[in-house]
Design a protein around this ligand. Structure first.
Ligand code: SPQ
Length: 430
């Protein structure tokens, strides 16, 4: 087992960093480029393990993808330019690659078999396969068609009207990709707004989509054109540094060129409710996505309640919000977040288990967490459980621990943030 010893010292400093490209947007940029006609050049693509799985899958599907240090070039030949792969599609740890590809490939007259790592092979797929089966595709998978390994047989899809039972951008995006090639007009009803990068990027590539309240309406048989695209910094990666500064002993962090799509920035609202000092400057729009600079300073924080429609807008930040809450006075309650149980790990269990080892007063509920602060964190041996967001949260916890933290299995952090430790060390230069 790999371990990493973490002990941070040094005087409070001001640091400026840039986090790598957004993971959700990077996946989608490769996907849209691959099904568009013509050349797409992508800059600032996240070169993390999950996005590399997406690139490998599209190469197996016959798409020409060239990578250099500065850019990725994709030559798309339209949906129907995709070829039947000769081997199994391996999607590693990536739920986004798997679920979005299910929708994207379901309209092709071929057979595709998917498998992933131990974590992905235990994540639920029925949420995607039920509506895609209603549209006409066939899925056969392990344990009564619930899990990978899974085989899809594509079909001539028919449009549907579908009320999504979970607020999930992956389900919505899979259905949008399927709807683009279906016969007729598909309507998707969202319970609460989830990240809308697919909707934004579809329109950027010349596709049509309408939004009316919670309904997304997509016409079938669309054709897209390749475009140049710049991927903004990942807000979910920035979140670790936002919290690092907020709970620090007088540090200030500036994060430049970060994606600020409001369907992702629930943490900013939570930090403001907690009395945090967070400022956003230099706002601009790139490829339809909001971008800007975030400046965070340490302050005295107050616990809060986090529930309802904000949850999908901060779902991936809940592990780091749990750490933040340990440093707030009073109690923080997180509700309506049972989706955390089906991420790369059961994030309710792993957050509670690991933060308790460091001295946090935290308990699991059926759909969230209760955290009582403010508690000093000690040190100890903690484990990422192979989940990148748990690994990074624990490394940030180490920045306020009195004693050394030994982080087991830190390598999973490269899933979404390969240069995480370099950036973290920049904040602690002596
Ligand atoms: O790709 P994967 O493994 O599902 O990644 C995670 C993450 O923490 O990086 C979730 F575990 O992010 C999802 C996110 O939780 C990425 C995503 C997307 O790009 O569409 C949507 C969210 O998942 P969901 O299930 O709520 O749609």
């Amino acid at each position: 087992m790999t371990i990493m010893k973490l002990h941070f010292t040094g005087h409070p400093v001001k640091t400026i960093i840039e986090v790598p490209g957004d993971k959700s947007i990077s996946h989608r940029a490769i996907m849209f480029a691959a099904i568009a006609h013509g050349k797409t050049t992508i800059t600032n693509l996240l070169v993390g393990e999950d996005v590399l799985q997406t690139i490998r899958c599209f190469r197996q599907l016959g798409v020409d993808i060239q990578q250099s240090d500065e850019k990725v070039t994709v030559i798309g030949n339209g949906f129907h330019g995709l070829k039947e792969p000769r081997d199994v599609l391996y999607t590693g740890n990536s739920g986004t690659t798997t679920r979005l590809l299910f929708g994207l490939l379901a309209s092709l007259p071929y057979t595709f078999t998917f498998t992933g790592d131990a974590s992905l092979n235990n994540r639920p797929m029925k949420r995607i396969t039920i509506p895609l089966t209603m549209m006409g595709a066939t899925f056969i998978g392990r344990n009564n068609d619930q899990y990978l390994p899974m085989t899809i047989r594509g079909a001539n899809l028919q449009a549907i009207n579908y009320h999504m039972p979970v607020a999930s951008a992956q389900v919505k995006s899979a259905l949008i990709f399927a709807a683009l090639q279906a016969n007729g007009i598909t309507t998707i009803y969202e319970k609460a707004p989830s990240r809308n990068h697919t909707e934004i990027m579809l329109q950027y590539f010349g596709g049509q989509l309408r939004r009316q309240g919670n309904e997304i309406i997509v016409e079938g048989q669309q054709s897209l054109l390749g475009k140049d695209i710049h991927v903004p910094g990942d807000f979910s990666s920035a979140a670790f540094f936002i919290v690092m500064a907020a709970i620090s002993d007088g540090r200030e962090v500036t994060i430049k060129n970060v994606g600020l799509n409001p369907t992702r920035t629930g943490l900013v609202e939570v930090l403001q409710q907690m009395n945090g000092k967070i400022t956003i400057t230099e706002p601009s729009i790139k490829n339809g996505e909001r971008v800007g600079t975030i400046i965070v300073k340490a302050s005295e924080l107050q616990g809060t309640v986090i529930e309802g429609e904000i949850i999908p807008r901060l779902i991936d930040e809940i592990p780091i919000i749990a750490l933040l809450a340990t440093q707030c006075s009073g109690t923080t309650i997180i509700k309506d977040a049972s989706e955390l149980k089906v991420k790369e790990s059961n994030r309710i269990d792993t957050v509670v288990t690991e933060l308790r080892k460091l001295g946090a007063d935290i308990e699991a509920t059926d759909d969230g967490l209760i955290i009582r602060g403010k508690r000093p964190l000690t040190g100890g041996i903690v484990n990422s459980h192979g989940d990148h967001r748990i690994g990074m949260m624990l490394a940030i916890a180490a920045t306020i621990c009195k004693e050394e933290v030994i982080l087991e299995n830190p390598e999973c952090i490269s899933i979404s943030y390969p240069s995480f430790f370099q950036d973290l060390n920049k904040c602690f230069l002596k």
